[in-house]
Write a protein that binds this ligand. Structure first.
Ligand code: SF4
Ligand code: SF4
Length: 149
């Protein structure tokens, strides 16, 4: 059984596996890059994402990402993979060599609530685009739902 008690990576003994000391951080979310917001409507899409809860937006090295907090359905109570032999390729490709084991979820930018992204938009958009918008949602007539690709 995996032991969630934290151990420093450099203190691992020969043959020990780092995942045995982790609560499976990498199996509890997924994230993918999204277009960098440039205009008011872009920020309104991001606000829409964040209205759903259990999502966040972060920026790392200039790239914007949408992160969805969701435990994998095959993650077991002992933090091990329930389909290890049949796990998806992306799981196989991810190794402990450069994983987030000791990360503190620090990003260049991080937004957890719609209010945060809206406030940020108001700060960075030119006055002609953003400073005048209210905290109220856009009207239904203005909204065009984004196509996720
Ligand atoms: S790969 Fe890294 S983050 Fe994922 S379970 Fe193992 S130690 Fe934790
Ligand atoms: S399939 Fe296994 S390794 Fe992949 S996310 Fe789910 S529990 Fe983690």
């Amino acid at each position: 059984m995996a032991n969630p008690k934290k151990k420093r990576r450099e203190d691992l003994k020969k043959g020990e596996v780092l995942c045995s000391y982790c609560t499976a951080k990498c199996c509890r979310y997924f994230a993918f890059p999204i277009d960098t917001p440039k205009k008011r409507q872009d920020y309104d899409y991001l606000r829409w994402f964040l209205l759903h809860g259990r999502v966040a937006i972060f920026v790392e090295d200039g790239t914007w990402y949408l992160m969805v907090y969701a435990d994998c359905k095959h993650l077991q109570e002992d933090h091990r993979c329930g389909i290890y032999e049949d796990r998806p390729q992306i799981c196989r490709d991810y190794t402990t060599d450069n994983c987030e084991y000791e990360d503190d979820a620090l990003y260049d930018k991080f937004f957890e609530t719609p209010e945060q992204i809206w406030e940020y938009a108001q700060a960075v958009l030119p006055a002609s685009q953003g400073r005048t918008f209210s905290s109220e949602p856009m009207s239904a007539r203005e909204v065009v739902l984004p196509v996720l690709g």
